[in-house]
Ligand binder design. Structure first.
Ligand code: NDP
Length: 329
């Protein structure tokens, strides 16, 4: 049934690139769903590191910019030709068409994942982007097998905790890094076998693996860890560089890959691993199943009011957070 729609939406937006303080609250017209789209009333939006790169200008965006591609909520209007979703449907997405740092957002119905009844709004908002990322990293970049030893970084972080849990469920041995004792405890609670500090981590990995090195490194820290990550790899190991929370990695001489044992390297992004309905359904059905049977626990480190999105960015960029950060309108 159609319902009375509000006249306006509340958003957080930036008029130009800059620090966290460029994000400020604003009121805009309620977006209208184009054919194939649905309008969602945001229950919670996910904060992700990419939005700090976009806000700061590392990844150029158009302004005014409303950040966020991840959110969960209730469908309140549907565009022409939408099938399978109706007003009232609960959905989650990592692929919104308009910014999710907002009271309402648009998403293509095909990119909106129906949320099972036993999953809360907070879980639904916390899962899609980091969950699908952890899933594609360990299943579709380098496919991890039971018994393999894997290195990840920032093991108390959003992606980090999910990666560890899913890797343990596969029977892998997980080595990870964190910057504080408190974060080390969180990484350990997520299931990591070895939690190292960043100092000399490559030497520590060599020791743990009896000099063999690991078969794959999932490195989302980037600039600060990249060189050590390469040194942690065994012969024919795979470097999956998926982010740069410490800064972007400078250009690499490909001859290095030969000199260090015939290494493989990839620099993926989630969009290349959510290519179609089948891929999306596969990843989310496995993620919801893992949540349902307790294989996966979502750790929500902090929830901020929408208007304090800048504070969330500041905390994330200054390493003050663990787990997932959410915004609530
Ligand atoms: P996290 O929760 O992991 O937060 C970032 C963490 O990085 C910090 O908490 C910190 O942990 C660590 N870190 C190390 N050095 C620095 C530094 N100099 N400044 C800030 N943080 C630092 O964030 P997310 O889980 O949201 O994202 C993790 C990474 O994954 C990011 O690089 C992100 O861009 C990437 N990503 C990539 C995707 C893809 O498909 N390619 C998709 C999703 C995320 P500690 O203090 O323990 O070192």
């Amino acid at each position: 049934y159609p319902e009375d729609l509000p006249d306006a939406a509340q958003v957080v937006r930036a008029e130009q690139a800059g620090g966290p303080d460029v994000l400020s609250p604003a009121e805009t017209a309620l977006p209208e769903p184009a054919p194939g789209q649905v309008l969602v009333e945001t229950a919670a939006a996910g904060v992700n590191f990419i939005e700090t790169y976009q806000r700061g200008g590392v990844y150029p965006v158009e302004h005014p910019f409303v950040p966020g591609t991840e959110g969960a909520g209730r469908v309140i209007d549907v565009g022409e030709g939408v099938e399978g979703l109706a007003v009232g449907s609960r959905i989650a997405t990592s692929e919104a068409a308009t910014g999710t740092y907002a009271s309402h957002f648009l998403v293509e119905a095909a990119k909106a994942v129906p949320v099972p009844d036993d999953i809360s709004d907070e879980q639904a908002a916390a899962l899609p982007l980091q969950g699908a990322t952890a899933h594609y990293l360990i299943n579709s970049t380098y496919r991890v097998s039971p018994g393999e030893t894997v290195l990840t970084h920032a093991g108390a972080g959003g992606v980090g905790q999910l990666l560890t849990q899913l890797l343990k469920a596969k029977g892998a041995r997980v080595i990870t890094t964190t910057s504080t004792r408190e974060k080390a405890e969180i990484a350990q609670a997520a299931g990591a076998d070895h939690v190292l500090d960043y100092q000399d981590f490559a030497e520590q990995v060599r020791e743990i693996t009896a000099d063999a090195g690991v078969s794959v490194v999932y490195d989302g820290v980037g600039r600060a860890t990249f060189e050590g990550s390469l040194r942690s790899l065994g012969v024919r190991g795979t470097m999956v560089l998926f982010g740069g929370s410490s800064g972007q990695v400078p250009p690499l001489d490909l001859q290095e890959l030969n000199a260090r044992g015939g290494l493989y390297i990839t620099r993926p992004a989630l969009a290349w691993y959510l290519r179609n309905a089948e891929e999306r359904a596969w990843r989310f059905s496995e993620l919801f199943k893992a949540l349902g049977d307790g294989t996966l626990t979502l750790s929500i480190g902090a929830t901020y009011p929408l208007a304090q999105a800048g504070q969330a960015h500041e905390d994330l960029e200054n390493r003050r957070t663990t787990g997932k950060l959410l915004l609530k309108p």
